[in-house]
Design a protein around this ligand. Sequence first.
Ligand code: ATP
Ligand code: MG
Length: 445
Amino acid sequence: MLLELKIPDFADKVLQMLKNGGFEAYFVGGCVRDSVLGRIPHDWDICTDARPDEMKNVFEGLHTEEIGIRHGTLTVFSDNKPVEVTTYRCDGEYSDHRSPDKVSFVSDLKSDIMRRDFTVNAMCYDPKNGLTDIVGGEEDAKNGIIRCVGEPSLRFEEDALRIMRALRFSAVLGFEIEKNTCAAMWEKKHLLEYISAQRIFSELSGLLCGAYAADVLREYGGIIAVIIPEISRCFGFEQHNPHHMYDVWTHICKSVEICRPERDIRLTMLLHDIAKPLCAVMDENGTGHFKGHQQMGAELAYGILKRLCCPNDVTERVCGLIREHDDRIPVERGAVKRFIAKYGYDFFMDYLEVRRADTYAQSEYLREEKLRDLDSLAAIAIRLEEENACLTTAQLAVGGEDMLSLGLSGKAVGEALRGALGAVISEEIKNEREEILRYVKDNFL
Ligand code: ATP
Ligand code: MG
């Protein structure tokens, strides 16, 4: 039976324009893989025997972008949506383990298929002839297998990023990595050192957000350790503490599994306890303690994320969460207010999520109490948000001019406002003009 994929009109238009121009054209790669798996593709790529100049002719009149044209890729906008069209190519020598020295355009589909990374990514489809699958991609997709096209160790030697891609696809799709492909990944893992930090970071982020990320981390931690050697110390590191039932790495993997699949939160969980082995001390009762691991963990994470070219705002957020992840603030309005005043509401909610994931990945000892506290803290924060509680000087019922008319000037203005905010936050006074002015008069004049 002919496999029929649902092709959106905007993508089909582009394919038909190539065919009407007398060229071969197929949907290829991720869109075919995802369709075969019953997942919704997020973009539609086309391969064709049309050369770049010929493609430009075919799409004359349409908006196109030529950023990838040297590698044979023209981005065509159809109904305002981008479709990447790439000339069949076969890649030349790879001397740097990451990109071909030169690419050659070819006229046969088979060469283009053979340069692709995994069998599930090497299927082609056109509505007239159905699936073209010369490397067994459909079978591997059905069986949930990631397998290199061709000889795995050669393919990873050409481009070591494929090692991270295999892990990412495995984490996202829940696929097993085929035996020879897997063996070659372990054998060639050191070549990841040649890959640019940006590309690694992008694959790592995709991996961490996969539904099966924890399984991949557990099984392939030794490969991830090539890019983040700091995690190696955590492998099998026992905690000897009633709050914990797993070694540090197993705990980390569990915590990644439990939290929401959002990049920053998952990066936080991946790195939150990396300093534990460095801070571990055992007391006379044989109980392990890890004093200072949050602070040192945040410092290590900062170095790692900088090295991986993680965007600065993400690095700040992740390191902030790591620094605070073990700070058990009291369950009371004042403490929550002070925390939110310092870091903001969203950060507080992220902090609670990190602590919840951390708790679920610990032993059951006091778990109920810990989770109850987290729920209460969340309820307090939500209530404060609803009340529009005053947590910044900008929300005070008085402003700088009021301080000036009281006779304050220069630095004293800010000091008085911050003092008043402190009193409002601690609920010593209400956020009302008269009360604040009185407070300032009593304390700052
Ligand atoms: P997704 O878009 O969901 O990440 P994808 O399979 O579409 O998955 P892309 O990075 O968009 O991945 O690449 C499109 C296709 O190009 C792949 O399906 C694969 O056939 C090929 N490809 C991409 N990167 C490589 C690579 N490093 N080596 C070999 N082939 C690759
Ligand atoms: Mg894609």
